[in-house]
Design a protein around this ligand. Sequence first.
Ligand code: ADP
Ligand code: MG
Length: 629
Amino acid sequence: MTANREQLSKAQRAELKRLATPERPYVTVNPIKLFYTLVRMNDPEWRLTIAALIGSFLVGCNFPAMSVLLGILIDVLFLPVGTLEEQRHLRHEADFYALWFFVMSLVILVAQFGKYYAFGLAGERLTHRLRDQVFRATMRQNIGWFDEDAHSSGVLVSNLSNDPQSVQTLSGTLLGSIIEFTVNIVAGIAIAIGFNWRLGLITSALLPLQLYANKKRTDILMKGNQATKAYYESSAQVACEAVSAMRTVAVLTRERDVCEKYHHDLEVPLRIGTRSAVTGSIIYALTQGVNFWQNAIIFRVGGAWLYPRADGSTLGGLTLRTFFICLMSSTFAAMACGRVFSLLPDVSKALESAHDILAILRRRPKIDNYSEEGSTLDPQVVKGHIRFEDIQFRYPTRPDVKVLKGINLEVKPGQFIALVGSSGCGKSTSIQLCERFYDPSGGRVTLDGVDIREFNLRSYRSVLGLVSQEPNLYEMTIRENIALGYPIDAPPTEEQIVQAAKDANIHDFVASLPQGYDTMLANRGSGLSGGQKQRIAIARALIRQPRVLLLDEATSALSSEDEVKISKVLEQAAKGRTTISIAHRLSSIQHADRIYLFMNGRIKEQGTHSELIALGGEYYNMALQQSLA
Ligand SMILES: Nc1ncnc2c1ncn2[C@@H]1O[C@H](COP(=O)(O)OP(=O)(O)O)[C@@H](O)[C@H]1O
Ligand SMILES: [Mg+2]
């Protein structure tokens, strides 16, 4: 048992080490880079940003100015008050400096207001602009990019709402606070040294230690948080799996094991958390102590220097006033040293967001639907001659699996071909290559003899129509759903919409609805039957008058009654255009000009239905199973 525990903790230690030095550690703050990035992102709001920065600077001057005023006031309070004249003088002096405090209060009022107003406004505009740009950039990315886990819809949606927000915090309140504290520190030191360089140097001597200790503490806490977060996520995963598969856990009587595993997963973060809490606390206590050491030194050294020498002068001409100014300004500076690093975690998180935003804004995918390059196609001239020439393909996210291993096929203009084969053999992949969702790893797809990579992507896709198994309608009116298919930016005419609906055999149904084409599809069409939804999707594909029609199991999800009806609609729609159809049920593709039987990424058999039946191979077996032979 002990040995086991020892072994486990060794493995954990290795894991800990890996987590402590993750692939992407939190972004360390390079002040120049940070400033440059922020200025660039805030470019359109530069006037507001400058106003806000000036406001922050003035707010930062508050404490240093106060330390000077307080020092002077101490002097005033020690003025003699023996005679009436002297009392009046004291009163006058006190009033005068009270007025200064009042002036300062006005400056602070204006500066704080200006700072928050300008940062607030600039920040709102910045978030709005960034969200807009990030979403636009997201829409530009290729399908392979969306296959990656890091770009799953959940992650993208959360990034879209969080990243611009955290950059806004960075360029707003955070930047303001950084400037404020920096002015506190620099002006504090400058004032102390300016009033009495000897005492100033001594009082400032401990500030670097203060800064270093605060930075160290923040680093430790941040690393600890990062490491424990990973463990908590993994333990949450254990809990989630167990609860969601509770029946299996119960059947296998594994409740105790699951608890044991959960308990074990919680122990590691506890240990990391304890360790970073202990180290962090020690350093925190140290930084708090440093403040008082500083005061002790000032009183010990400065007190001795205040004592008049034989000739009545003090060392370096130190007076009570300068003594207090040094004391106050260095105390304020020390406080700012502590506070400036408390911003570090937020800054680091925001920098990470800024980094992610810049990364997506700059990314130009190879398959770029915003690209203006490539030759444009004239839909009137396109013949629709598709060829696959020795196509090899691996999905970018699964480079070790070769999905297509040399596919050669040809669809002459106006022909109807069918792809059949068991699931997972690469049929849908072939259709996706036709749509240029991906580029093949080897070989080429051609349209009318030209490699499809040479066409402008938008122009190329606009001559294709795709109907897949799931209709994927949107929460809009029926009219808008059909119009989505129209390839030109201008909206289609009423006649075009009605014609498409008639071609999809849905017009009569839509016309019978109380609101006709203006019927809203609540919940993406949950009120409609599968066949009705699919017909709207077909109308959406047909309104673009595609030269090439791609059907990926368009009837598989339907009831057998709907299947027959929709197969007829599609048969009609395929007339006069090149069609590639994937079908589960062979009955719908018997009449195809050519049938390709896929097996394991290769074409195993090809020919017409009767040729393949005569061959007596795989296709014949499939047909037998479906009682078609
Ligand atoms: N986006 C993807 N990323 C990685 N692998 C995929 C992806 N889509 C499909 N595959 C894999 O490619 C192979 C072929 O899939 P597909 O073309 O969809 O087969 P089907 O013939 O059933 O339509 C399968 O092994 C499948 O797991
Ligand atoms: Mg498929």
